[in-house]
Design a protein around this ligand. Structure first.
Ligand SMILES: Cc1cc2nc3c(=O)[nH]c(=O)nc-3n(C[C@H](O)[C@H](O)[C@H](O)COP(=O)(O)O)c2cc1C
Length: 411
């Protein structure tokens, strides 16, 4: 198949404004969702979360993604993850105001962890996913099993996604990002390895996409016609029996037909092969070190096989994404190893419309401005992955920056 007509093959300037639905973005750089670790007990720490995101906005990033907003209390993987209820909207408004002050826009990632959770609310109960199964993360904290969601519960979750999206818009977010990747609830439905349902929500790729698509439709009804809905999804789960590119093409077509505005193309499954989404050296030993409770240390010791190092290269999802590029016309956003400015240009030349950066921006929140001003052409991030473990200490940060004077981070 050839490139669809609607995709421009002109060279895209990454610093040029980008219109996503009705939203005018100052450029093509997006801060990827990186759970920040600034929501103790589920409530955003205004100062910590605000300062974290303001640094990206001040540093030239066009769209800052806040992560992650659980759509209901049971959608949290950990206790200290944000739950998007009415009582935190004022806190979030302060965060979105701080981002807007610099001319940047902001999205929030809406998510639910499904069957993989060590949230204390599940103790004595069973986390919920597409099918009955194991909740490895909850094994040593008293919730080792997950059960299949019943159909009325799916309808309720769909309403909760919609309500969470409506709240996000009230709190000042300009867009929402639906998390359908990385082994979270909607990704569990998409994955044949986890979704063993015998009803219309399981079986073929179209059926497995049914619940995610219903969620998208409900969120669209909730936010209305103007607000962009970005979907983050897996190109591959990255293990045998999981989602393969043929399945993700089916999903992408359905998402496009149901009015998604752009797809962020990622991969990997947190409960099975988390390093497939990050690549590079494992952070498991550091994660064990930062846990305060013995039981949490034990959970992560048991997770060592899931967190095995994987080789890193820049733009590590590009080759898979090229196979999907020819099958849909909606904008695609590149994530995964966008580090150097040359990789940004390459991604845009290969058919993506924008790029998301996670670790490179955690290392240098002003990277976009540095690239634009010609002060840098490479990110200084070494992909050591230690920033990930910091989420369980005092909030995500780059450990390399300890040695740098603070001013170099934002100048
Ligand atoms: C500290 C950290 C936290 C992350 N948390 C999330 C998250 O909450 N939701 C998500 O979809 N991806 C999350 N990711 C994955 C990133 O969004 C991104 O897909 C991945 O880091 C690859 O992009 P990069 O090479 O630019 O870092 C996280 C990554 C990091 C480094």
């Amino acid at each position: 198949m050839t490139m669809p007509d609607t995709i421009s093959t002109d060279r895209i300037d990454p610093f040029s404004p980008w219109k996503l639905r009705t939203l005018e973005l100052p450029n093509r750089f997006i801060k990827a969702a990186t759970f920040e670790g600034h929501c103790k007990g589920g409530k955003p720490d205004r100062e910590g979360l605000g300062a974290f995101h303001e640094a990206f906005a001040a540093g030239g990033t066009g769209l800052c993604t806040v992560s992650y907003g659980s759509i209901e209390p049971g959608g949290r993987t950990f206790n200290d993850q944000m739950c998007l209820q009415d009582d935190i909207l004022d806190d979030l408004k302060e965060v979105t105001d701080r981002i807007h002050k610099h001319g940047a826009k902001t999205a929030i990632q809406l998510a639910h962890c499904g069957n993989s959770s060590k949230w204390s609310g599940w103790i004595g109960r069973r986390a919920r996913g597409p099918s009955n199964g194991f909740n490895a993360l909850g094994t040593f904290v008293g919730t080792p099993f997950a059960r299949a969601l019943k159909k009325p519960e799916l309808a309720e979750l769909t309403r909760q996604y919609r309500s969470a999206a409506e709240r996000a818009i009230k709190a000042g977010f300009d867009a929402v990002e639906l998390h359908m990747g990385h082994g979270y609830l909607l990704s569990q439905f998409l994955s044949p390895a986890v979704n063993k349902r015998k009803d219309e929500y399981g079986g073929c790729a179209e059926n497995r996409a049914r619940f995610p698509v219903e969620v998208l439709q409900a969120v669209r009804q909730g936010v209305g016609d103007a607000v962009p809905i970005i979907v983050k999804m897996n190109l591959r789960d990255g293990f045998r029996g999981g989602v393969e590119i043929k399945d993700s093409i089916v999903t992408a077509r359905l998402l496009e037909a149901n009015d998604a505005d752009a797809l962020v193309l990622s991969g990997g499954f947190s409960s099975k092969n988390a390093m497939y989404l990050f690549r590079g050296p494992t952070f498991v030993e550091e994660l064990i070190k930062v846990q305060r409770r013995k039981i949490d240390k034990l959970v992560y010791r048991m997770a060592r096989p899931v967190l095995k190092s994987q080789p890193f290269e820049e733009l590590y999802f590009l080759e898979l994404a090229k196979q999907l590029r020819t099958e849909v016309s909606l904008p695609l956003i590149c994530v995964g190893g966008v580090q150097s400015l040359s990789s940004v240009h390459r991604a845009l030349a290969e058919g993506y419309q924008a790029v998301q950066l996670g670790r490179a921006l955690i290392h240098d929140p002003a990277l976009v401005r540095h690239y634009q001003q010609g002060l840098k052409t490479e990110s200084g991030c070494t992909v050591c992955n230690l920033c990930v473990a910091e989420m369980d200490r005092d909030g995500v940060r780059c450990v390399l920056n300890d040695a740098l004077p603070a001013r170099t981070l934002t100048e």
